[in-house]
Write a protein that binds this ligand. Sequence first.
Ligand code: IPE
Ligand code: IPE
Ligand code: MG
Length: 262
Amino acid sequence: MGGSGCGEVVPPGPRHIAIIMDGNGRWAARRGLPPSAGHKAGVERIRDLVSACRERAVEALTLFAFSSENWRRPPQEVELLMGLFHSYLRKEALRMSEEGVRLRVIGRRDRFSGRLQKAIAEAERITRDGERGNLVIAADYGGQWDMTQAARALAAEVASGQRTPDSITEQAVAAHLQLADLPPVDLLIRSSGEQRISNFILWQAAYSEFYFTPALWPDFGERELDAAIESFRARERRFGGRGDDSRLARMPDTKSFKQRRV
Ligand code: IPE
Ligand code: IPE
Ligand code: MG
């Protein structure tokens, strides 16, 4: 991942990629292995992906590692995932700080063990001066939780007299959500062929481009990343407007509009 300094040519993007890393269980099942083998193989993809994003001038990479709903998994699987998260943080934080990658974890945190909470805080501390890119790990994260905590924070500000209800605009809500200080999520990728959001970034994905790939997460590498970026770059992002097409930019009169559509 890379920063964009003054005077640099602005790359075509995406500046911020978010990924729902799905398909570890199926990857393992196809090999006759337990889900744990898929999760272990899945974690191994992350290091290279972070480097690949840096090389492609992506400023932020947000990875969905564990959803608010993933606590419903069997206890042994949850325990394994927590263990993998802990060892990932312990192993990778130093490397990230050397590469100038700043790490942050988004999500509830208070349901993690004290040991894991400490490892998260330590990894964030070690990498805090990184200026060459951002890696965000969403763990015990849910889009509904994110909006709820923003609402709670805003309500507290109203209750304490810091703001009035009228001042709660879309910008004010956005500012209280996770990722507020990073570029908007341009590209949202989900692996494994599933085409749903599973309570990931709900507000922040309002104008993200979606990319679904059948590749299972442990098979997701540079080739899949480049295919997703290529697809993103070929799209016309209109944000509700008329886009770049000057023919479409002129509002048709009602008659010709009807003739063309019927
Ligand atoms: C994604 O892989 C990893 C997490 C949810 C933690 P899955 O474990 O959901 O893989 P599938 O969907 O069963 O293949
Ligand atoms: C979403 O995957 C969560 C993560 C990838 C971390 P799931 O596998 O948990 O999602 P569902 O249950 O299929 O919607
Ligand atoms: Mg899954």
